[in-house]
Ligand binder design. Sequence first.
Ligand code: HAM
Length: 412
Amino acid sequence: MITKPKGCYDITGVDSHLYRQIEDTVHSYANVYNYKYIRTPLFENAELFKRGVGESSDIVQKETYDFTDRSGRVMTLRPEGTAGVVRNFIEDKLYGGAINPVKQYYLGTMYRYERPGNGRNREFTQFGVEALGSDDPLIDAEVISMSVNILKELGLDVTVRINNLGSVQCRENYKQALLQYLKPHMSSLCEDCQKRAEINPLRILDCKVDGQTEFLKGAPNILNYQSEESNERFHKVLEYLDYLDVNYEIDHNLVRGLDYYDYMVYELVLDDSLALGGGGRYNHLVNELDGPTTPCVGFACGVERIINLLKERYTENNQVDVYVMAINEEEKMKANIILQDLRLSGIVAETNYQERGLKAQFKDADRHGAKQLIILNSEDLAKGLVNIKDNLTKEEHKVPEDEIIDYIIGVI
Ligand code: HAM
């Protein structure tokens, strides 16, 4: 038997229902916040993620799915959506347009070679937005509150954990101070963090290895290494969030796993869940990828992690509105038309597709949770009538054929 690849899932049943619900919510929120839908390729030149997400990130170091195509080009299945959106922004010269910032949103599959389980898949879905071309803290607050509002609409009241990484210079100053603090502890760092100390020491703050988190509590606070300009803009973002009643906590150890961030970074959590989403400002990425300097901000959320939480509260409602019962050919012919009329009127209608007697059809109607039953018989049909039974109260009515739709709409 051929099975699905490790860390990948078939999306069926309740999950697929919730996917649709999340997708619909994302499309409708993106519409009112005026973000435009963008679909970028599932794979890109490997170079894009190396330079975009960053050589020192765990993603590029050990999680990308790389392959060489038949012409020898090295490609990578996208591990996230931001780099592709930025590549498109530069390639299509969207920076030259009249509308600024360019506001894009996406929904799609991403790939990371992670250890599967506990909310980590190898194939997973993100929705996200990117606003390219504005440095205004107002748009930082818009992006954060939009992500919070989408999750609220889905029934998840999340907390924002937020931090300020500051400018390149602020980060550099902080990096030196952090390394100074870590020097005597170097040998007690985990293997990964010893490497991080050389390529991106800030990532050490994010380490979840037991024992290490304790002495990191005494590490210098990045918020004390900010310039006045960086501090001011961070507090402006927080002020806007206060006005929007967004629930946030400042977490000066939050650094995020991608290299492109500066200034504000944030994650969305529910109690002590894994991050449902995250994002931040990235003012150097467009430039890094050979475009003009363009301040940007965005976020992405993981659909599967959201579904895992929603599933706990989900009560299945797969009821059909009407079940049409027919036995002989004349009744089936009539059922054929009635079913189409019902469905084209937006009524969920089901019928029997097997050689089954009435008793078995009643059972089948129950299995579908049918609210109303249309029980066809030749005698009624000869008089232009159909028999409609309420499957809960068991009350029956003879209804003229041309009034079926109105009747059903009135009772479901
Ligand atoms: P990220 O934090 O790497 O950010 O991913 C965003 C979200 O995707 C996570 O919070 C999580 O819910 C979900 N996710 C990530 N990896 C996995 C996985 N292996 N399995 C299941 N879910 C996962 C980004 O990707 C940035 N591009 C966000 C961003 C947009 N920053 C600015 N603009």
